[in-house]
Design a protein around this ligand. Structure first.
Ligand code: C2E
Ligand code: CA
Ligand code: CA
Length: 288
């Protein structure tokens, strides 16, 4: 019975992809030192006429098991690239991130297709970041490695997603030159009050720094998470504390509100600045 239900759901999803029922929401990624908005992550939703909004955890695994992940990813990419071009034309040079499944990387023409999309939209390749999670066992690890290397050569940004969950690991950092490492939200939220999480976060940030990889904290939900990750020199934050995923139309309003909020959140120096300040404190003399 379960297989029958799955089959019907897959058919409905296939029609949804073709019929434009998938919509991208966008969640801001914010530079922790300055508060500048550096980009957004596209997160797909299925706007079903009867069921309402369906979240990706409910249909990405289905897409992966029913050969629908290629059309799905291309639908999300097409919309994200189109939207990025609109924002760039409006003067917001936002980097747009799109989640890709390991299965997408099995297609050897994927890098060419992605690069062509960016070229057609008049955007630089590095304005796109592909976030990759190793969600399940790869059928052909060599092929995905090959595809990632060619994306990299085309200057498409590569991000290792859900880092630390066991899906994404140190071994991948050795094999693939990622630009960005995303700390999974299970390590970020509440890390300030949890010695084990603190150790994991600090260790991961140190490794990324050694390798010259930009760090992004997911799941920054409150001021404590923000202060903690910022004080440890994490580069970029994403989470409900700054903003939830939102339709593209809502982003200009959010940006305006963020401009007001950001000043109050970036007063204390970050770890990087503290390091610079630990030189002889000449500037403080004038206060006496
Ligand atoms: P992810 O890539 O780890 O994306 C982050 C998820 O965390 C998103 O859930 C986002 O809404 C949620 N999130 C963001 N900030 C916070 C926070 O502060 N607290 C908490 N608790 N959660 C937060 P969402 O949109 O439901 O997406 C779930 C997953 O589905 C994503 O996890 C990603 O793996 C996958 N996904 C989403 N869109 C796509 C897509 O277009 N293609 C593929 N292949 N996968 C996608
Ligand atoms: Ca992601
Ligand atoms: Ca995650």
């Amino acid at each position: 019975a379960r297989a029958v239900v799955q089959h019907h759901l897959a058919q409905a999803l296939e029609q949804a992809i073709a019929g434009g029922e998938l919509v991208n929401h966008y969640q801001p990624k914010v530079d922790m030192a300055t508060g500048a908005v550096v980009g957004v992550e596209a997160l797909v939703r299925w706007q079903h006429p009867q069921w309402g909004m369906v979240y990706p955890d409910q249909f990405i695994p289905l897409a992966e098991s029913h050969q629908l992940i290629d059309p799905l990813t291309h639908a999300v990419l097409a919309e994200a690239v189109r939207q990025a071009a609109v924002w760039h034309a409006a003067g917001w040079a936002l980097q747009v991130a799109v989640n890709v499944s390991m299965d997408n990387l099995g297609a050897l023409d994927f890098p060419d297709q992605v690069a062509q999309r960016m070229f057609d939209a008049g955007l630089a390749a590095h304005s796109l970041v592909l976030e990759v999670t190793e969600s399940r066992l790869m059928q052909d690890p060599r092929a995905s490695l090959d595809t990632l290397t060619r994306l990299r050569l085309k200057r498409i940004g590569l991000s290792i997603d859900d880092f630390g969950t066991g899906h994404s690991s140190l071994a991948q950092l050795r094999d693939i030159p990622f630009d960005e490492l995303k700390l999974d939200r299970s390590f970020v939220h509440g890390a300030a009050h949890d010695p084990a999480l603190t150790a994991i976060v600090e260790g991961t940030l140190a490794i990324a720094r050694q390798l010259g990889i930009k760090t992004v904290a997911e799941g920054v939900e409150d001021q404590a998470d923000w202060d903690f990750m910022r004080a440890r020199g994490c580069d970029v934050a994403q989470g409900y504390f700054m903003g939830r995923p939102m339709p593209a139309e809502a982003l200009p309003g959010w940006l305006a509100q963020w401009e007001v909020r950001r000043a109050g959140l970036t007063v204390a120096p970050t770890a990087g600045l503290q390091f610079a300040d630990s030189r002889p404190q000449v500037v403080h003399v004038q206060h006496f």
